[in-house]
Design a protein around this ligand. Structure first.
Ligand code: DWN
Ligand code: ZN
Length: 406
């Protein structure tokens, strides 16, 4: 038993993924002996609807000056964040005098650069110095701190209140959601808007995409759970917009209670979540069984290919792959290496199971028989550029929504 991170009710974990390393903790051989593991168990709170990790490693272990994820490496994500910025500017900035936008977890500035280019006052709050430096080098104003109520008070004193507080793939990383929500409410103007998008619980359950669960993702949100959590801080859900990114995400728009009209999308999504059973314990029991079946199928396939002497290479050393590799018991003999375009990951080993990560050029020069698509959320972009691999007889292995060879 432990207390829900959002509402403090007593809850029980329903699934144990076993010992897990830091998902983005790509490491060198000499670091293997010191590698940190935590117990990855998940729970669902039937009081407030929060799907959450029971234990999460300290933030400093996950987000630091060597953080390995740079958002701007994906072309499609650049397009996505431009559209997100346009949505904020067109829908909420029109007619406002000198609006001010604050982005939490602004990474390398992939979204804020659009506000900067449009001439808007902006501020990024990004705790990982190395990614923040990339943003600063482009003239995007960024501070490297963890956001909380205390920082919100300092920001208000220094910059004034914000017209919009925005984030993407950040809110679900923050364990003390109550402190952060209170900080956001403090930072906003009385008619300001808060919005964030994160992987969506409804998609994860429907697709058995359990690889969304790893150390950084302390929550997998639904409209039901976020309206409960932010409602406690005087904020009301005024719109919801499904996104295709990260394998199915949801953008939630909040505003101080009574300040904005509420879109009918909100009631429709809350109703859809009930129809999907997101409020019921049985749904999560079934999810656990689906994960176990997926693990058996993927491990069985990789064992068979290994026995047949086939070459399998991982495509994309994602955070998500850390969950898949460790949960499924996949070993270096199953996967020769993982190809990734991120320089900081190359030459290192994957967390926990220690599969080498190599530059993409090695995939191109010596294509394997099978590519295991860990970056399945970028499938459209990847298939577009890997036509030659497929044309030459290369096969893809995917595991979402089910294990298949394409
Ligand atoms: O929430 C988070 C999301 C937004 O991003 C973070 N906690 C960390 C990260 O999660 P991820 O690592 O699972 O994200 P991606 O975007 O699925 O990672 C893709 C990886 O694949 C990157 O390391 C880059 C690589 N890649 C590649 O090698 N070739 C990606 C593409 C598109 C490619 O063509
Ligand atoms: Zn709760």
């Amino acid at each position: 038993m432990f207390n829900c991170r959002v509402c403090n009710h007593q809850i029980e974990p329903f699934m144990d993924f076993g010992p897990m390393p830091i998902a983005n903790g790509f490491l060198k051989k000499e670091e293997f002996a010191e590698e940190y593991f935590f117990r990855m168990e998940v729970a669902f709170c039937d009081h407030c609807g929060a799907f959450q990790l029971v234990e999460q490693p300290d933030a400093q272990r996950m987000f630091h000056e060597n953080y390995a994820f740079f958002s701007s490496l994906s072309k499609h994500m650049q397009i996505h964040f431009k559209a997100y910025a346009d949505f904020v500017m067109e829908r909420f900035f029109a007619g406002r005098k000198d609006p001010f936008v604050v982005e939490l977890g602004s990474n390398d500035g992939i979204m804020l650069r659009n506000f900067k280019e449009a001439g808007y006052r902006h501020l990024g709050v990004e705790p990982s110095e190395n990614v923040a430096d990339v943003a600063r080098a482009q003239g995007i104003q960024t501070i490297s701190e963890f956001f909380n109520l205390e920082l919100a008070e300092r920001l208000v004193a220094e910059y004034g209140h914000a017209d919009a507080v925005i984030c993407a793939n950040v809110m679900c990383h923050i364990p003390d959601i109550n402190n952060v929500a209170a900080g956001m409410a403090k930072l906003l103007k009385p008619d300001g808007v808060l919005m964030f998008e994160d992987p969506y619980l409804g998609d994860m359950i429907a697709k058995t995409s359990y690889d969304q669960i790893y150390d950084e993702h302390v929550y997998i949100f639904s409209a039901t759970s976020v309206s409960w959590a932010f409602g406690q801080h005087g904020l009301e859900l005024i719109d919801v917009l499904p996104q295709v990114t990260h394998g199915g995400s949801m953008r939630y728009v909040f505003a101080p209670k009574g300040s904005h009209a509420i879109s009918p999308n909100v009631a429709a999504l809350l109703e859809k979540e009930r129809a999907q059973g997101l409020h019921k314990a049985e749904t999560y029991e079934q999810f656990r069984r689906n994960c176990e079946a997926s693990r058996t199928a993927l491990f069985g396939l990789l064992e068979r290919l290994h026995q047949e002497g086939k070459r399998v290479v991982g495509y994309g050393a994602t955070s998500k792959s850390t969950t898949v590799l460790n949960y499924c018991g996949i070993r270096p003999e199953h996967i020769e290496f993982i190809s990734d375009t991120t320089p900081i990951k190359q030459g290192k080993y994957s967390p926990g199971v220690h599969i080498p990560v190599r530059p993409y050029e090695e995939f191109k020069q010596n294509p394997p028989d099978y590519a295991l698509l860990f970056a399945w959320n970028h499938a459209v972009e990847i298939f577009e550029k890997e036509g030659a691999f497929t044309a030459d007889g290369g096969k893809w292995i995917t595991f979402v929504p089910e294990v298949r060879v394409l």
